[in-house]
Design a protein around this ligand. Structure first.
Ligand code: FAD
Length: 351
């Protein structure tokens, strides 16, 4: 069966490799306007696997987080970090509260916590040490962090080794590929605004910086909603190690499409990183950059549609809108596509 996956971000490449590994009879092509290491939002991500709670936490959404966290945990032990960029690290997951060290309900824990190796509430003193500027509470956790600059090439190599094909082009409509392939899988992220004509998709700009440090930073901090504005924009503060570098972020600006860097925000993030971590005190900022999260109003879209395109039965599976959690949901989303694909293999084998 001939399958085309449109999109070569973390969602598309995970889906393509997952299909190859599950259904050896599928001949898989990844078709995309851009491939790693080009400018793709998946390469901007901090890559922390936490799992943001949402208004629409369906069982499928929760399952995608847990399956992905379990997959990355296995991968972190299976091969070398230099090869795939996936590591287990200790860190603190915190949020602003009225006083330091308040008792938080379990419902505030990140979804992926179900597969974290450690989740221990922080004492008031520990919270004060981590964030002296704002009362907060949180947990010590051991989670997974993915350096997508290593992980995406790892997936792409795996896809080639499994016999996959790639084609570089922009897809303007599904009819462009319907005649050549039995199944089309749409993993175009924000590109689905046009390709799937989905008006629920919108960009949320995020800004980050990368620091180089003399010693390795070996822990992470994720502080939710450090400052929140009435328009829904907010600034989180996080630092996440990627090998010898540290990613420091970041902003969350809904409906902002321009990708210019705000120099004031960069200096704020830099100052905070220097104050909060002894190793970053003498770090050098090597890059300041932005990306647009592919956010979907409501919930991410993983579903299957059967359409007749130019007289041919065409199966279209959508897998996009992972919003601020595309890395943390990538493999779990791919596993849900596998379930939707299974009946098509049976139908195809009877033809
Ligand atoms: C600042 C920032 C920090 C983040 N931090 C985290 C984090 O810590 N953890 C986490 O889980 N997530 C994080 N994210 C979110 C994460 O980056 C995204 O959810 C994820 O990368 C989405 O992946 P994707 O494959 O759906 O989309 P993309 O990476 O955007 O890939 C889409 C692909 O589709 C292709 N494409 C689009 N339209 C077409 C078309 N018409 N024809 C052909 N090809 C097309 C593109 O070229 C690209 O290859 C962060 C995002 C930002 C901006």
């Amino acid at each position: 069966m001939k399958v085309v996956v449109i999109g070569a971000g973390v969602v598309g490449l995970s889906t393509a490799v997952c299909i190859q590994e599950t259904y050896a009879s599928c001949d898989v092509t990844v078709m995309s306007e851009k491939f790693p290491p080009e400018d793709i939002v998946s390469l901007v991500a901090g890559g922390l696997v936490v799992g943001t709670r949402g208004e629409f936490d369906t069982s499928d959404r929760i399952r995608a987080f847990i399956d992905t966290a379990n997959y990355f945990t296995r991968l972190s032990f299976a091969e070398n970090y230099q090869v795939h960029g996936v590591q287990m690290i200790d860190g603190c997951y915190c949020m602003a509260t009225e006083t330091y060290g308040e008792q938080l309900s379990e419902e505030l824990m990140p979804i992926s916590a179900a597969s974290f190796r450690k989740v221990v509430p922080m004492s008031a003193d520990e919270c004060r040490d981590v964030m002296p500027y704002k009362p907060c509470s949180g947990w010590h956790v051991t989670s997974v962090c993915v350096d997508t600059r290593r992980y995406l090439p790892y997936l792409l190599n795996k896809f080639h080794r499994n016999g996959g094909h790639i084609k570089r082009c922009k897809v303007h409509s599904f009819s462009q590929v319907a005649q050549e392939y039995d199944v089309i899988i749409n993993c175009t992220g924000l590109g689905s605004r046009e390709l799937a004509r989905d008006s629920n998709m919108y960009p949320v700009k995020g800004q980050l910086l990368k620091m180089e440090t003399d010693k390795k930073v070996t822990d992470f901090l994720y502080f939710m909603n450090l400052s929140v504005k009435s328009d829904g924009s907010h600034t989180n503060f996080y630092y996440i190690p990627h090998g010898n570098e540290v990613v420091v972020g970041g902003s969350y600006d809904p409906d902002v499409e321009n990708r210019s860097v705000d120099a004031d925000l960069s200096r704020e993030l830099e100052a905070m990183a220097r104050q909060l971590h002894p190793v970053m005190k003498t770090g050098r900022v090597v890059k300041e950059y932005t990306g647009l999260r592919p956010v979907r109003r409501g919930i991410l879209r993983i579903d299957k549609k059967i359409e007749v395109v130019d007289g041919k039965r065409t199966v279209i599976i959508h897998n996009y809108g992972q919003s601020q959690d595309g890395v943390a949901m990538s493999w779990g989303s791919a596993l849900q596509v596998i379930e939707l694909l299974a009946p098509e293999l049976r139908i195809n084998s009877r033809l």
